[in-house]
Design a binder for this molecule. Structure first.
Ligand code: NI
Length: 305
């Protein structure tokens, strides 16, 4: 849209090297094409590839396709089953996650860079119609602008995660600046909706190992990356976004998308219905972490208060 999100840097979503390797192995996405579109990606050992892009972020033109209207759903839509699953994962779950080993066809749908005044409510309608709970990695600055959208998101049972206050590349910041990005976003979310977040996702996927550990130890947030990236921020078309997600998703996957973009939301009816028809059940990120099938961890998450 033409409003505030234009001021936000375009999400690059450059996966860390190990994730890139995984994705490429599975043939989830045309990763080579993706990397070709991002400046100087390729060094396996640091977050340096995203530096130049972060210094000079391309203007995020989230131009709306005003002619597009999401088709009205005729008749009942597929419904996500009620999942009575604890969200109480414990520290033994680990610092970084792109997917979670689970028994069962559980996946976590995640939406970054909101709240957005039009696109997020439209997405919430779609999720509600299907009884799907998702996880929203919100930008604190946008929460301050649209607190009512965050309150609705929380009221409808979705999980909120920390995506920093200003959406900067954390790997270039000092520890104290990183703490400030985390705590300011946390304060905005607590002020707006009275909830504490349990996990974080770094903008552009860029976070050094020592920063991940610091955040885990000080804030209790595991770093949540992703296993499926439809590259929706490049606006390839709603049907492409849907088919990339449907092709790439496997049990335990954490799926990345952006409710900032109208086209991503346009893709969701087909995406969500397609995954439901394949038998996937949607849970939040914390629920997915809590069902990790390591016996010790599973037992700890059940017995911890
Ligand atoms: Ni982002």
């Amino acid at each position: 849209m033409d409003q505030t999100p234009d001021a936000l840097p375009e999400p690059l979503n450059v996966p860390p090297a190990n994730t890139a390797e995984q994705l490429s192995r599975r043939g989830f996405i045309a990763l080579s094409a993706a990397l070709g579109g991002c400046a100087a990606v390729g060094s396996p050992k640091t977050d340096a590839p995203v530096e130049s892009a972060a210094r000079n972020p391309a203007p995020a033109k989230t131009t709306a396709n005003n002619s597009y209207r999401t088709p009205t759903v005729q008749g009942p839509v597929p419904r996500n089953p009620d999942v009575n699953q604890s969200a109480n994962f414990n520290k033994g779950v680990g610092v970084t996650h792109t997917r979670v080993m689970v028994s069962g066809n559980f996946v976590a749908m995640t939406f970054d860079d909101g709240p957005h005044p039009q696109n997020t409510p439209r997405l919430l309608d779609m999720l509600r119609a299907r009884n799907i709970k998702a996880t929203f990695y919100v930008i604190g600055r946008s929460v301050d602008l649209y607190p009512q959208v965050l309150r609705r998101t929380v009221a409808e049972g979705h999980e909120i995660g920390n995506h920093t206050y200003t959406h900067r590349l954390l790997s270039k910041l000092s520890d104290s600046e990183v703490r400030k990005e985390m705590s300011r976003c946390a304060a905005s979310v607590e002020t707006a909706a009275g909830v504490r977040m349990r996990t974080m996702r770094p903008p552009y996927g860029g976070l050094l190992q020592h920063q991940r550990e610091m955040i885990f130890n000080e804030f209790g947030y595991p770093t949540i990356l992703w296993a499926v990236d439809p590259l929706d921020w490049k606006r390839p078309g709603a049907s492409v976004v849907a088919s990339r997600i449907l092709t790439g998703t496997t049990p335990g996957a954490i799926i990345l998308a952006h409710d900032l973009h109208a086209q991503t939301v346009d893709a969701m009816p087909a995406t969500l219905d397609g995954l439901l028809r394949k038998g996937y059940q949607f849970v939040t990120v914390s629920q997915l972490l809590a069902m990790k099938t390591d016996p010790a961890t599973a037992q700890a998450s059940i017995t911890s208060p």
